[in-house]
Write a protein that binds this ligand. Sequence first.
Ligand code: FAD
Length: 505
Amino acid sequence: MSDHAIRKIVIVGGGTAGWMAASAFSALLERSIEIILVESDEIGTVGVGEATIPPLIAFNSMLGINEDEFLSATRGTFKLGIEFVDWGAVGESYFHPFGPHGQDFRGVAFHQLYLRETARQPLPDIRHWSMSATAAELGRFARPGPTARPPLSQLAYAFHFDAGLYARFLRSYAEKNGVIRIEGKLVDASLNPESGHVRSVKLANGNDIAGDLFIDCSGFRGLLIEEQLGTGYEDWSHWLPCDRAVAVPCGLASPPEPFTRSTARSAGWQWRIPLQHRMGNGLVYSSAHLERRAAEDLLVANLEGKGLADPKHLSFTAGRRRKAWNANVVSLGLSSGFVEPLESTSIHFIQSGIAKLLALFPDRRFDPVERNEYNRQMADVFEDARDFIILHYKATRRDDSDFWNDCRTMDVPDGLAAKFGLWQSKGRLFREGRELFGTASWVAVLLGQGIRPAETDPAVNAIDPDIARDMLDKMRSSYRQMAEHMPPHWDFISRACLAPEAISG
Ligand SMILES: Cc1cc2nc3c(=O)[nH]c(=O)nc-3n(C[C@H](O)[C@H](O)[C@H](O)COP(=O)(O)OP(=O)(O)OC[C@H]3O[C@@H](n4cnc5c(N)ncnc54)[C@H](O)[C@@H]3O)c2cc1C
């Protein structure tokens, strides 16, 4: 260990962010670094955050976590994508799958072939050219192993899990790796007057905990990053007006499906996340357009089973911390910013923040070059996801409420406007840098919400229409046949990763 090396990390907060960070650091950093996690049982965690996206598979494997054990411990299910209901217009639905649509051909994007062919003679919805969407529609699942070949290798998946059980699972992993947990309420911090760095945090029982690097996982308030360092917050609520949520679990009416459902409502949208033992539900809404009581009534009226707890209300402001890393404090999770869970991105932001911090890990000199690069990369992560989420609100034909009229007619960020323009003229999409959502995701939402380009890319004209049509037919039937050979999702879970106490549908 060099003279300047970080010797002690203090993580403030034991929600998903705190325990993901503790798990990753304890597994991947030098063993000699002491890791302390402080959390308050009295304050508790936000208690939501149950749907994920495929990169979490890499997080598990980096930590050597067995997927079946993890799903059994968290009563998890598989997720192949999201079904969106009533977004483009009331009565319509589409599927945003993980993984690609079809296969590109001679350098021409698959969706261009699809668009030209469906213009010549209408084809079924593009979801039929996705392995994940086809399996989801049939309620099937199979895990594509590392040697899988197309079309099975195109099946991409993530997980739904119980947020409380996930934090517990990671806590046990991290504690086994030597992380020390301290139960207590942080009431203050002491800063170095010269550097402005945090020196120690003070607990209600009077104990002081000193450290070199502090990870703020304290939730929306950002106890260190904001309350101590006054970092500032970039507010995006003019683009993302939803600022409240109400959540309630209910019983399962049938075996859990391998996908999340998001149903647009008059002033927001409702999630439905199937787990092994219950259904997670919540309504995300704009308080300027819907009152708290009406939101709760709307959610409860749309549950599929008996409510299992009192509805829980949450408030938030879409946006991000101006600097995710300030001085010697790195914020992860809700303390670093929030965009609503429409595309299940927040847990991924935590994972991405951890990976970037490991790649730019500082020493006690805290060279600003590392911090600045981290902040630049995290700003991109948040803004890319933000734009993709705004797209869902902007690309609508709904005119049945003030909320949807406001969303449909709002100005959008420049990057999104440019992307939208390219799509509308010739259906072109470009994935920039390390953008999280690729072409298939944008195509799914744009077409799903009824936004068709005026023309196709002229490059598609080099492909003979008969060859294209034949290829499309063969691809579609290969997805269908493969899905029909997969076991039902619930059978797969029952065999591989059923929690001992889970209630079968
Ligand atoms: C309505 C809603 C739905 C969501 N759905 C999804 C989803 O489907 N998918 C997804 O990826 N993400 C989702 N998220 C985001 C996800 O919940 C969070 O990213 C994730 O749970 C991480 O939260 P956290 O650990 O940052 O904060 P928290 O869970 O709030 O944890 C904060 C921790 O800090 C501790 N703490 C706070 N103050 C003190 C103090 N003074 N002293 C000591 N300890 C303290 C608390 O006790 C707790 O342990 C959702 C968020 C919301 C609001």
